[in-house]
Design a protein around this ligand. Structure first.
Ligand code: NAP
Ligand code: MG
Length: 511
């Protein structure tokens, strides 16, 4: 999927002074208790956009108390129909502000406006509408009780009840979309939320707080905190960790690195929090010799260069059949040059922006250096672009071997690694030979090949003749080290509910 320039939807001027930059707690924007703030950097210019409040343990305590009070009080009386209307209203408000939200996302994250306006924000709207539709369709089961202990006077049914206060921790690669994936199902089923934004990209998340209040959600239902994960800048417990340690938070949903995912799991063990994890990947993108080559080349570009390669399901291990290998490389090189227009993310023609932060830029540049040292051959890119902003050229390596770190580790940047294969079982073995299992893709015109591969790929997603297709109705999540549980679609509703089994013996009053 390539995003065309939508001239009906222009980049808008952002008045930074009027943006919400404080913590959103109990439907109010407030300073952090300790008064901490941190600078939020524009990755395209390396200039500071603004200072943003930094939440710590004390702010998490207030936010959780607000969420708990809302859960036990007003929100518990808000029925499914009203929850549905509130979510729908929120989607409408985002849609009314689509160009503004897309501009804000591009400013903060560095992603090109053509992506934020055509993908991120429309998907956010769809996600909230999907869960608006789901809110009043939750059902349990009626159960036949017929075991050795009962007679015919028993009736039983299950209720799917909201878990309570949930903590949600999200990354910076799709700031607003990750917030929507988390908030949509949690609010649909009646939970209340403390959401921690990624410290690199707080602006759309905080603005969402303003729209949530405007939509009419009662105070305390959604609390949104900007700040750091593990430690605050003054050495205190970070907002992320404080959420994990709070005894009144009963469920945690996290998207981010597998490394932090492990920490989260350990922390959640202490209070047996329910947990869903969306983690990293090193997803195989497999191109068979009968594939529509032009489509496969486009798909490979999307799989690796969409969102500057900062995509957990990126097709970062590309497998190309030997019969088409040379032709594929030639076409890929030409297409990368044509399609990847690096520059100001707010410029209409730009299709690739900067990496989100200096840290990520350095990580990607280090992996490129490592690839060269490991003996892989760089066929295009391989350098920083320009001298200002965290821009990295679209890069591809060939002659990549199984034991190279660039083949095995998540780079999270515009760096593609390509390997050649000759047989189906060989490529299947290589594709599955990873600790990850998030996504995968197969390019072929042969139904038999597609089905054979789809059954055997050990990944939560298999795309056939497409890549990175997101939709609120498509489940998302990983096998193995790529995570636990599924987000989106009806599966996400289970993440936020407890099953209550009711069993009733009825005694007739009248004889
Ligand atoms: P990360 O460290 O996993 O951070 C994700 C979120 O968790 C952020 O909100 C982060 O807060 C928070 N966090 C970090 N340590 C925590 C802790 N000990 N307790 C509670 N919360 C904690 O990801 P990152 O540093 O942003 O990126 C590092 C790498 O992760 C990337 O290079 C990439 O490989 C991977 N990544 C994967 C995804 C994905 O979608 N699967 C998304 C982003 C990154 P801070 O604001 O302090 O970071
Ligand atoms: Mg930023």
């Amino acid at each position: 999927i390539f995003f065309s320039i939508n001239t009906n939807m222009p980049v808008v001027d952002i008045d930074v002074a009027s943006l919400p930059k404080q913590l959103f707690i109990n439907n109010e924007f407030v300073d952090a208790k300790n008064g901490l703030k941190y600078p939020n950097v524009n990755p395209a210019t390396e200039e500071i956009i603004c200072e943003v409040s930094e939440a710590g343990e004390a702010d998490v305590a207030v936010a959780v108390a607000a969420a708990k009070a809302a859960f036990e009080g007003p929100w518990s009386k808000v029925g499914p129909y009203t929850r549905s209307k509130l979510l729908w209203k929120l989607a409408d408000l985002i849609e009314e502000n689509l160009d503004f939200m897309a501009t804000l996302e591009s400013l903060d994250n560095g992603k090109p406006f053509c992506e934020s306006s055509n993908a991120d924000v429309p998907l956010v709207i769809q996600c909230f509408r999907y869960y608006a539709g789901a809110a009043d369709k939750l059902t349990g089961n009626t159960v036949e009780v017929g075991g050795p202990l009962v007679d015919d006077t028993f009736t039983a049914y299950t209720l799917h009840e909201p878990i309570g206060v949930v903590g949600q921790i999200i990354p910076w690669n799709f700031p607003m979309l990750m917030a929507a994936w988390k908030l949509g199902p949690a609010l649909a089923v009646g939970c209340t939320v403390v959401l921690k934004l990624a410290e690199q990209t707080p602006l759309t998340g905080l603005y969402l707080g303003k729209l949530i209040k405007q939509a009419g959600f009662p105070p305390g239902v959604v609390n949104i905190l900007s700040g750091y994960g593990a430690v605050t800048t003054d050495g205190g417990v970070g907002a992320g960790l404080a959420i994990l340690r709070h005894p009144d938070v009963h469920k945690v949903a996290f998207t981010g690195s597998s490394k932090v995912g492990r920490i989260i799991m350990r922390e959640c063990a202490n209070t047996f929090k329910r947990l869903t994890l969306e983690l990293g990947g090193k997803s195989p993108n497999i191109i068979f010799p009968d594939a529509d080559l032009a489509a496969a080349v486009d798909g490979a570009l999307v799989s690796q260069f969409f969102n500057q390669g900062q995509v957990c399901c990126a097709g970062s291990r590309t497998f190309v059949h030997e019969d088409i290998y040379d032709e594929f490389l030639e076409k890929l090189t030409i297409a990368a040059k044509e399609r990847q227009k690096l520059g100001d993310p707010l410029h209409e023609q730009t299709t690739q922006g900067p990496q989100v932060s200096l840290e990520q830029f350095n990580q990607v540049m280090n992996y490129i250096e490592l690839g060269k040292q490991e003996g892989a051959k760089c066929i295009f890119g391989g350098c920083r672009e320009g001298t200002k902003g965290y821009f990295v050229q679209p890069t591809a390596f060939v002659n990549v071997k199984n034991d190279m770190r660039i083949w095995n580790e998540e780079i999270f940047g515009p760096v593609m690694s390509i390997a050649k294969f000759s047989t189906m079982d060989e490529v299947l073995h290589m594709a599955n030979d990873t600790s990850f299992g998030l996504a995968s893709a197969v390019w072929t015109k042969d139904l038999g090949t597609a089905q054979y591969m789809q059954k055997r790929l050990r990944a939560g997603i298999v795309w056939i003749n497409c890549y990175s297709v997101f939709d609120a109705n498509l489940a998302f999540g990983g096998y193995k080290s790529s995570g636990i549980g599924r987000e989106l679609a009806e599966y996400a509703l289970e993440n936020y509910t407890e099953v209550k089994q009711v069993c009733m013996k009825s005694h007739p009053s009248f004889k």
